[in-house]
Design a protein around this ligand. Sequence first.
Ligand SMILES: [Zn+2]
Length: 153
Amino acid sequence: MLCEMCGKEVPMLSRVRLERSVLSLCPDCAKFGTLIDPVPSPAPAPSGAPGSRYRPEGGVTAHAGPRRRLEERDLYQEIGEMELVPDWNKRIRLAREARQWTPEVLGKKLNEKKSVVLKIESGSFHPPDALVRKIEHVLQVRLRAEPETAGTS
Ligand SMILES: [Zn+2]
């Protein structure tokens, strides 16, 4: 292969832009121009090249997983609910307020989150048996409707 500038025989020529023309030049002459086609550069992969920001859409990220935070409702779902007095949530709130406990304080005593306490007090969350007993114990209130209407005290 002959350099188009100096005519030297070289094993490899570089394509070099020199002024307005593109020449095949030996390494020595290539310095005078701008290399435009540096020898065999690995062809970049058309897609999925490392560092490409493009991500195929529509896939669920593999490890995000379907795991979500358990709702309080789910935690207690299996436990049957006992019959409660109609104003059970009000009783809880009143008993708590009588003790001047914040929902957080009651939550801590019940080993529950404040949000659970608030849900219970608003009546939107029906506490399971175990929690009803706990609340009754902690607040010294009666929440269960008496099944046997005895009690002629
Ligand atoms: Zn040359």
